[in-house]
Ligand binder design. Structure first.
Ligand code: SF4
Length: 836
C-alpha cells in the first residue's frame, strides 16, 4: 500500500516529506536480497535528510548486492494520527514496506531529545517498545550515532547498540544476520552473542547494573562476553568514499547543499566538547578524494553550494590549497563554498577572497565564552583581539552578518565572563562601521551540558532558573539594534543534561513522558518541561541525581563503554582546567590520550595538496550570446505533492544535472534566469505547465535540450514541448487555466451550479479576509455529471480563489469531498508579447 494514493493523504501538511522517489534514491526488488535494513531517523524528513551519516550508510549498505537498505523518518503528528486512526503501519519510503517487516531497523541517535520520537516510530510500526518484550529475532532493533556513547537511559529499547564509526560495523552486523537467516536460527541470544563479537557492538541486555541511591554501584556482564566495549573506528576514511550520488531531498531541507566530510575527529581538545573526544583521532580525507568526489557529486545532484564539513573545517591541513583548487573548478558553475565550522585561531584571510568569488556564504565564529580566562579553562585559547580582528576583515570583505556562538554555565564561570559575552559581541558589531540598519551580529546562546566522555563529565550543570536570570540580564544589555540575541530554552538543556549522564533508571521516565504526550522534544514549540517533571515525579527521581557534580572515584553509567580516550587522561585534563593550563593541539604534540595505537590508529593528515591528477577541466562557454526557450511540461504522479518552491528547486537542480549552462542574474546572490509562469496548488497534477529559461549556449538545439532535461527529471515530470523564443524583450502571463475534475462520489449537484450561474455577482471571503467576486473569475463550468466537471478559470487582477476553494464555494463541499476529487490542469492559455 502506498499512502500517497489515499484520499486522506491530501489533507497532510508538507506531503513532500513522505512521497519518496527522490533523485538518487535506490529501489531494489526482493530478488537476491538476503538482508533488509530500514534506516530510521527519529526526526522530520527535512532534518534527517540534512544529515550526512544516514546518506553514507544508505549507500554503503546498498552497495552490497545482498543488502536492501531503505529509509523511514519520524512522521509529523498529523500523519502519525492519520496512520493510527486507520491502523496503517509506518512504512519505508522506498518500497512502502512496513518497518516491522525488515530484518533490521537501525535508529540514528544524534542527541538526547529524540528518544520519545523513537518510541513513537516503534509504536506506529507495531513493534514492542522494549527489547525484552520482543521474542522473535527479527526485526532486530539497533541504534548508532553520537548519542550512543552513553545509551544507558534508552538502552532497554535496543537489542544492540553500535558505538563509534558505522561504515564497517554496519556491514558486519548485516553479515551476521545473513548467516543466521540462512541457517534459519531462531535463538535470539545466540544471534546477540555473535553480534557482540563485532567491534563497537554493545548488547545492553547482557549487562546488569546495580545502583546506590544516587550512583551506579556495579555494572556486570552476565553473559561472559566482552566486559568493555571499545568504539568501532575506521583508521582511514579514504577506504570508505562518500556517496557520489547522494539522495537529493524533496523538501527544502535544513542544509540545502552538498556536504563533503573533509575530516573526522579534532585534535584541539576543547574540554567541553564531546564530539572532539569521541571522534578522535583526526582523520583527514585526501585532497584528491575530496576534489574528485565534490565534482562528481555536484554533477549528480545539481547543488549550488558545497559545504566542507568537519568539526573545524579551517583545521584541515591544506585547506588553503584545497579551497583554491575547488573554487577554480566549481566557480563558473556558480557553486558557492561554505566552511560551516571555523576556529578563529585557524582563520586565513585567503578564505574570504576565495569564498566570495561566487557567493558570500555565512560565517559563524564560536568564542564559546566571554573572556580569555574562561577560554583557557575550556582549552580554547583564543584572544578577544583575534576575534575582533577577524570580524573586521570579514565585514571589510563585504559580509553583512556574523554569527557568534556562546555558552553559559561552564565550570568556574564568573559574572565578568557573562559581561564579556556582551562586551565582545558589541566590539564585533562595531567592526562593521557605517549606519546599522540591519543586524550585524547574531548571538546564539545555550546552556552548557556536561557530557559523558569529556573532561567536564565530573562537573554540575546549571539549572534553568539561574540560566534565565543570565539570559534576561543579557537581553537587557543587548539593546544595540545591530545585535540579535537568540537562545536555546534552558529547560531543553536541562533535559539533555539529565539524559546525557543518565542511567537505565531513566528509561521508565522516558516511557512515562512519552505516554503523557512528549514528542519532538528537540523542537522548542513542542517541548514541555511540565510533562518531564511529572514523569520524573511519578518514578520518584530527583533530576539533581543526574545534574550534580560527580565524585572523582564514582562509577559512571557508561563506565563499560569506551571511546578510546582514557578516563585518567580526562581526569588530568579536568585538573588542568582548574589551573587554566592549555593542552596543545595533538596534531602538533601528542598528549597521550589513549586513542592511537602503534599500528594503524593515529592522526591521518595531508600536509600539502601534492600532485593531483584530475579529470581535464572544461571551462564553461564564455561566449556572451544567450538563447531563450519556452518549455511546456507535465507534472503528475508523486511530484504533485511538491510545493511550488520545492518544485522550482527540483527543476533548477535538474537543469544543472543536465549540464545546461544557464544564464545568471548579477548581484549578491546570482540566480539562474528561469521563470515559472504559474504556481500549481499542492496535490494537483497538470498536463500543461510553462517555464522560460535563458541559457548561455548558442549552439543548443531545442530537441537536444528537451532530451537532456528529461533524463534528469523527477518521476512524473516530463518536458512535452520546447520552442526557441526571440532574443527581444518579452512579457508573459497566463490568461486562463482549464481543469478537469473527477470523483467517484456524486458530489456536484446541478442545483448548486444553477444557483451560481443565475447570480450576477458571487462574493466570497477568502481565508485572509479579502473579498473575491467568483463570477468574475470563472469563464466556464462544464457540468458533465455529478462526478465530473471541466472548469475554466480566468487569471483576473487582484485577489482570486484557487480551483479547490472555487469548487468548495460553488458546490458547498466539505474538505473530505475535495480530497476525493482528482483535479488535473489540462490546459492553460499563455499570453506572450515580444518587443523589438
Ligand atoms: S593519542 Fe595523541 S595523537 Fe592520538 S588522539 Fe590522543 S592525543 Fe591525539
Amino acid at each position: 500500500m502506498n499512502i500517497i494514493q489515499e484520499p486522506w493523504f491530501k489533507a497532510i501538511k508538507r506531503p513532500s516529506r513522505y512521497i519518496g522517489g527522490e533523485i538518487n534514491s535506490i529501489k531494489k526488488g526482493n530478488g537476491k536480497i538476503d538482508v533488509s535494513i530500514c534506516l530510521a531517523f527519529p526526526d522530520l524528513y527535512e532534518i534527517g535528510m540534512s544529515h550526512l551519516g544516514i546518506k553514507i550508510l544508505y549507500h554503503i549498505l546498498n552497495g552490497r548486492s545482498w543488502i536492501r537498505a531503505e529509509r523511514v523518518f519520524c512522521p509529523a503528528k498529523d500523519l502519525g494520527d492519520a496512520l493510527k486512526e486507520r491502523g496503517i503501519p509506518l512504512m519505508s519510503l522506498e518500497s512502502c514496506t512496513s518497518v516491522s517487516k525488515f530484518d533490521l531497523v537501525g535508529f540514528s541517535i544524534q542527541h538526547e531529545l529524540c528518544l520519545t520520537n523513537v518510541l513513537y516510530m516503534l509504536e506506529l510500526s507495531g513493534i514492542p517498545l522494549r527489547s525484552d518484550e520482543r521474542k522473535d529475532p527479527f526485526p532486530l532493533i539497533i541504534a548508532g550515532g553520537p548519542g550512543c556513547f552513553n545509551p544507558e537511559p534508552f538502552s532497554p529499547i535496543f537489542d544492540a547498540i553500535l558505538i563509534g564509526d558505522g561504515e564497517r560495523a554496519s556491514v558486519e552486523i548485516c553479515k551476521v544476520v545473513r548467516k543466521f537467516k540462512k541457517r534459519r536460527f531462531k535463538d535470539r541470544d545466540a544471534l546477540l552473542i555473535e553480534l557482540s563479537h563485532i567491534d563497537g557492538v554493545y548488547i545492553p541486555s547482557f549487562f546488569e547494573v546495580e545502583y546506590d541511591r544516587e550512583s551506579v554501584r556495579s555494572i556486570e556482564n552476565r553473559m561472559g562476553t566482552k566486559n568493555f566495549i571499545e568504539k568501532a573506528i575506521i583508521p582511514d576514511l579514504n577506504q570508505y568514499p562518500l556517496p557520489e550520488s547522494p539522495i537529493i531531498p524533496n523538501t527544502i531541507s535544513v542544509h540545502e547543499r552538498l556536504s563533503v566530510e573533509i575530516s573526522r575527529g579534532c585534535g584541539r581538545g576543547c574540554r567541553f566538547c564531546q564530539a572532539g573526544m569521541i571522534y578522535r583521532p583526526v582523520r583527514e580525507r585526501s585532497p584528491h578524494t575530496i576534489i574528485s568526489y565534490a565534482e562528481e557529486a555536484l554533477k549528480n545532484t545539481g547543488y549550488e553550494e558545497l559545504s566542507l564539513l568537519s568539526l573545524s573545517s579551517g583545521d584541515y591541513s591544506c585547506i588553503r590549497e584545497l579551497l583554491g583548487v575547488l573554487m577554480d573548478r566549481v566557480s563558473d558553475k556558480k557553486v558557492a563554498i561554505s566552511l560551516p565550522s571555523l576556529r578563529v585561531d585557524s582563520f586565513d584571510p585567503e578564505w574570504l577572497r576565495q569564498i566570495k568569488r561566487v557567493r558570500k556564504t555565512g560565517f559563524t565564529l564560536a568564542p564559546e565564552v566571554g573572556t580569555e580566562r574562561l577560554r583557557a579553562i575550556i582549552n580554547k585559547p583564543i584572544r578577544d583581539e583575534e576575534i575582533i580582528d577577524i570580524s573586521s576583515r570579514i565585514f571589510a570583505s563585504g559580509w553583512n552578518l556574523i554569527k557568534l556562538y556562546f555558552m553559559i554555565g561552564l565550570p568556574h564561570e564568573k559574572w565578568e565572563d557573562i559581561e564579556g559575552i556582551y562586551t565582545l559581541s558589541s566590539q564585533v558589531s562595531r567592526q562593521k562601521g557605517g549606519i546599522f540598519r540591519r543586524y550585524a551580529v547574531n548571538v546564539s546562546l545555550s546552556v552548557f551540558v556536561p557530557k559523558a566522555h569529556t573532561p567536564f563529565m565530573w562537573e554540575s550543570q546549571m539549572y534553568p532558573d539561574k540560566a534565565w536570570k543570565i539570559i534576561k540580564m543579557l537581553k537587557r544589555s543587548f539593546h544595540r539594534p545591530c545585535i540579535r540575541l537568540k537562545f536555546n530554552p534552558p529547560e531543553m538543556s536541562w533535559l539533555e543534561g539529565i539524559i546525557s549522564r543518565g542511567d537505565r533508571r531513566l528509561f521508565a521516565v522516558i516511557l512515562s513522558a512519552y505516554r503523557r504526550g512528549a514528542l519532538f522534544d528537540s523542537w522548542s514549540e513542542s517541548f514541555s518541561k511540565e510533562i518531564w517533571d511529572e514523569a520524573l515525579k511519578e518514578h520518584g527521581i530527583d533530576p539533581e541525581i543526574y545534574l550534580r557534580g560527580r565524585d572523582r572515584d564514582e562509577l559512571f553509567p557508561w563506565e563499560h563503554l569506551r571511546c578510546g580516550v582514557e578516563k585518567s587522561y580526562m581526569f588530568k585534563e579536568w585538573e588542568r582546567a582548574k589551573e587554566g593550563k592549555i593542552t596543545p593541539d595533538c596534531r602538533s604534540k601528542c598528549s597521550n590520550c589513549g586513542v592511537c595505537d602503534s599500528k594503524d590508529i593515529g592522526p591521518k593528515i595531508f600536509k600539502d595538496i601534492g600532485v593531483i591528477e584530475l579529470s581535464p577541466f572544461k571551462a564553461k562557454d564564455k561566449r556572451s550570446s544567450t538563447k531563450r526557450f519556452i518549455l511546456v511540461y507535465s507534472k503528475k504522479g508523486p511530484s504533485i505533492f511538491l510545493s511550488h518552491l520545492e518544485f522550482q528547486n527540483m527543476m533548477i537542480r535538474a537543469l544543472r544535472r543536465a549540464g545546461i549552462n544557464m544564464e545568471y542574474s548579477k548581484g549578491f546572490h546570482p540566480m539562474p534566469k528561469v521563470s515559472f509562469l504559474s504556481a500549481l496548488p499542492v496535490g494537483i497534477g497538470s498536463l500543461h505547465e510553462t517555464m522560460i529559461i535563458e541559457i548561455r549556449d548558442p549552439d543548443m538545439e531545442k530537441e537536444s535540450l528537451k532530451e537532456r532535461i528529461n533524463k534528469a527529471l523527477f518521476e512524473g515530470v516530463r518536458i512535452l514541448h520546447i520552442e526557441e523564443l526571440p532574443s527581444s524583450k518579452i512579457n508573459f502571463c497566463v490568461d486562463q487555466v482549464v481543469y478537469s475534475v473527477k470523483t467517484k462520489d456524486r458530489i456536484f449537484k446541478y442545483k448548486n451550479l444553477k444557483d451560481f450561474l443565475s447570480q450576477r455577482e458571487f462574493h466570497v471571503i477568502k481565508w485572509n479576509g479579502r473579498r473575491v467576486d467568483l463570477k468574475a473569475q470563472i469563464k466556464e463550468i462544464r457540468w458533465i455529471s455529478e462526478n465530473e466537471l471541466v472548469v475554466t478559470l480566468k487569471n483576473i487582477q487582484g485577489p482570486k480563489l484557487n480551483i479547490q476553494e472555487t469548487l468548495k464555494k460553488i458546490f458547498k463541499l466539505r474538505d473530505q469531498d475535495l480530497h476525493r476529487c482528482e483535479i488535473l490542469k489540462i490546459d492553460e492559455a499563455v499570453n506572450l508579447k515580444t518587443f523589438a
